[in-house]
Design a protein around this ligand. Structure first.
Ligand SMILES: Nc1nc2c(ncn2[C@@H]2O[C@H](COP(=O)(O)OP(=O)(O)OP(=O)(O)O)[C@@H](O)[C@H]2O)c(=O)[nH]1
Ligand SMILES: [Mg+2]
Length: 415
């Protein structure tokens, strides 16, 4: 796992304004998730947690480079300044002007997030514009995503640029700038309606992009002279989703889904053993019970339940390792465990559980008429396959939930 591969996580096209949780997961590199999934599935809980922590720490160090591009004079430099909370005349502001102004990429730090860099690119102006040449010249590979600024009229060069950026597997957003100008001009008309005007501008941009082959484009309408008007807050929300901190959150939010499927698979694998176990135990059972073909040996069940504990990393040693690794006190990890088996897995506990799951008068009757107390064997207990299965399955479910809760607790304080 390296930073370059991590940065490529930002390269998926993102064209929807409202992201569903599933779409957000797409922002996390499938390769990273599969590493974590693999660790959770095949390694101890402690190494899986270590992997997740590593990944989150690396994300913290990742730099985010945002390129502001578009036609000459579309308002790129003004946007960069406004975005950074600066006026065009302020110290450190990008130069802006009515004539072509920005000649080579210039970098500016984001005021709120030091690891975020905003790049003011030269305009794409000339009539013979070639998107691929332009992108090579501005070293497109350095940027994680692009904001393409469109001013008054939609031009085909915007589409060429978007298509080329997409081909380079990078993400982009469209911004239609100078909305204040458009509103002012329309305001002179007698039947002026602001919302209607905004909707016409938006539809016109979207249509222009779509007609030229950009699928479901999202366009943010903004005025760099007053960022709080129009769509800037929405753009800011959308961009925040690109931030490493956000990706950490998304990763952690995606963990329940990951652990759920893994625990499900673990359960299925362990469940596969339940019938075999009942048979084995039945073969060893000493007292045959009329009406019930097989009984169960308690010691085998104790062993099996202990085995589940290890499979889910809930045994004492695993929890101690996890606590050492995450610095979450052992008692706090144990506090989230709900299964009664956490206190003790013994023949007594298993017998109680079996009785609980036997249910039904016949089962109980069979149990009581048999030779009790039974140590080491429940053969006389009249415990059927179904009861054994129910009991083991229920324990498996409880332990899977506990494993999930422990993982969440372990990660909570560290990340
Ligand atoms: N009314 C209005 N004018 C704007 C806005 N954004 C930029 N401008 C004006 O548009 C002109 C060009 O702005 P710049 O920010 O220099 O444009 P640019 O895209 O950086 O231009 P180049 O660097 O030459 O490619 C300037 O006169 C800005 O004041 C806006 O949102 N509203
Ligand atoms: Mg400029």
């Amino acid at each position: 796992m390296n930073l370059a591969s991590m940065k490529s996580t930002l390269s998926l096209p993102l064209l929807s304004l409202k992201l569903t949780m599933d779409e957000e997961y797409c922002m996390i590199d499938e390769h990273e998730v599969s590493e974590i999934r693999e660790a959770l599935e095949n390694q101890t809980l402690t190494s899986a947690v270590a992997k997740i922590q590593d990944y989150c720490k690396q994300l913290d160090r990742v730099e985010l480079n945002i390129a502001i591009t578009g036609e000459s004079g579309s308002g790129k430099s003004t946007f960069v300044n406004a975005f950074r909370g600066l006026g065009d005349e302020d110290e450190g502001a990008a130069k802006t002007g009515v004539v072509e102004t920005t000649m080579k990429p210039a970098v500016y730090p984001h005021p709120k997030y030091p690891r975020v860099k905003v790049w003011d690119l030269p305009g794409i102006g000339t009539p013979n514009f070639k998107a691929d040449e332009y992108l090579q010249k501005v070293e497109f590979q350095c940027y994680d995503f692009f904001i393409i600024i469109i001013s008054e009229r939609f031009k085909v060069s915007n589409v060429q640029l978007a298509t080329e950026i997409q081909r380079m597997k990078k993400r982009f957003y469209f911004v239609r700038s100078k909305i204040d100008n458009s509103i002012n001009a329309e305001q002179r008309k007698r039947d002026f309606n602001k919302d209607k005007t905004l909707s016409i501008i938006r539809q016109d941009c979207i249509k222009g992009l779509r007609d030229n082959g950009v699928e479901s484009p999202t366009v943010f309408l903004i005025s760099s002279f007053d960022l709080q008007l129009y769509d800037f807050p929405l753009l800011e929300d959308t961009m925040e989703k690109e931030l490493p901190k956000h990706k950490q959150r998304v990763l952690l939010l995606s963990l329940p889904n990951i652990t759920l499927t893994i625990n499900q698979r673990k359960k299925e694998a362990l469940q596969g053993n339940i019938w075999r176990l009942a048979l084995l135990s039945g073969a060893m059972a000493t007292v045959p019970i009329p009406g019930l073909s097989v009984a169960v040996d308690v010691s085998i069940l104790v062993k099996e339940l202990t085995n589940y504990y290890q499979a889910f990393g809930l045994d004492d040693e695993s929890l101690r390792n996890l606590s050492d690794k995450t610095h979450v006190p052992l008692e706090e990890l144990k506090a989230v465990l709900k299964s009664a088996l956490n206190k003790e897995i013994s023949a007594d506990v298993v017998i109680k559980l079996l009785m609980k799951f036997a249910g039904g008068a016949v089962m109980l009757l069979e149990y009581w008429v048999s030779t009790i107390p039974v140590l080491g064997s429940m053969a006389a207990g009249g415990i059927s396959y179904v009861t054994t299965h129910k009991m083991l399955s229920s324990c498996l479910n409880e332990l899977a939930d506990d494993a999930h809760n422990v993982l969440m607790r372990a990660l909570q304080t560290e990340v």
